[in-house]
Ligand binder design. Structure first.
Ligand code: COA
Length: 197
């Protein structure tokens, strides 16, 4: 299967969550966690101001589909029972030729420790592999970001590389750990992944 584009119907529902495009009505909820230095410690952006949030909502986060490589789709992660925004999750489409993508996620610490990030990221893997037809999806993290490594392992992603002091990140050398999953590994995992959550 070769990738064409991804135009999901929203909301995308999982067991406990609804994934849907972000809107200006989410600005306050996004600011509540994306402005926090602890949340931003290992992500490639600084704590966000209301202006930056508004700019992202009007540009990158306004995307509702992936129509070509180089694009990203960021969706809000809403708790189905309450309708509250628990975080956001992103699928990047890196290469049409190599059918490669990447996932990322940022959650409000008030919603941590319940498996929501894993559940939302799994839905993005499903979109990437089953709808967009990707062959390989990666996750890249700072080695010190252990909660994120646990998310990727729970998803069944394999650690492939450890790049020692690979990037000068926020003023210090960061050791990058790369995880990956292939479409055949996703299929082999089936609807009942070996690692729960
Ligand atoms: C990375 C991040 C999303 C992880 O959040 P998290 O709350 O640990 O992840 P999940 O929502 O998947 O929750 C998993 C935890 O909930 C627990 N849990 C409780 N109930 C659960 C359930 N029903 N299903 C699955 N897990 C459950 C798991 O045991 C796990 O705990 P553990 O990691 O201590 O073993 C969060 O720390 C974050 O947003 N960090 C800042 C941004 C960031 O660094 N993003 C990644 C950039 S690479």
């Amino acid at each position: 299967m070769s990738p064409h584009e991804l135009r999901p119907s929203y909301p995308i529902t999982t067991e406990r969550l609804r994934l849907r495009p972000l809107t200006p009505a989410d600005a306050e909820a996004l600011l509540a966690y994306r402005s926090r230095p602890d949340v931003c410690r290992y992500v490639p952006f600084e704590p966000m101001t209301p202006e930056v949030i508004a700019d992202r909502l009007a540009t990158y986060w306004a995307a509702t589909a992936l129509t070509d490589e180089g694009q990203s789709l960021t969706l809000g992660v809403e708790v189905a029972q309450t309708g509250r925004l628990a975080g956001d999750v992103t699928l990047f489409w890196h290469s049409r030729q190599h059918r490669g993508g990447e996932i990322g996620y940022v959650m409000n610490p008030g919603f941590a420790g319940q498996g929501y990030a894993t559940e939302a990221a799994r839905a993005m893997l499903r979109l990437g592999f089953e709808t967009l037809g990707l062959h390989r999806i990666i996750g890249r993290i700072d080695e010190r970001n252990e909660p994120s490594a646990r998310v990727l392992r729970r998803l069944g992603m394999r650690q492939e590389a450890r790049l020692v002091h690979n990037e000068l990140f926020k003023g210090e050398w960061s050791t990058e750990v790369c995880f990956a999953m292939l479409s055949e590994e996703w299929q082999a995992q089936g609807s009942s992944p070996s690692v729960p959550g």
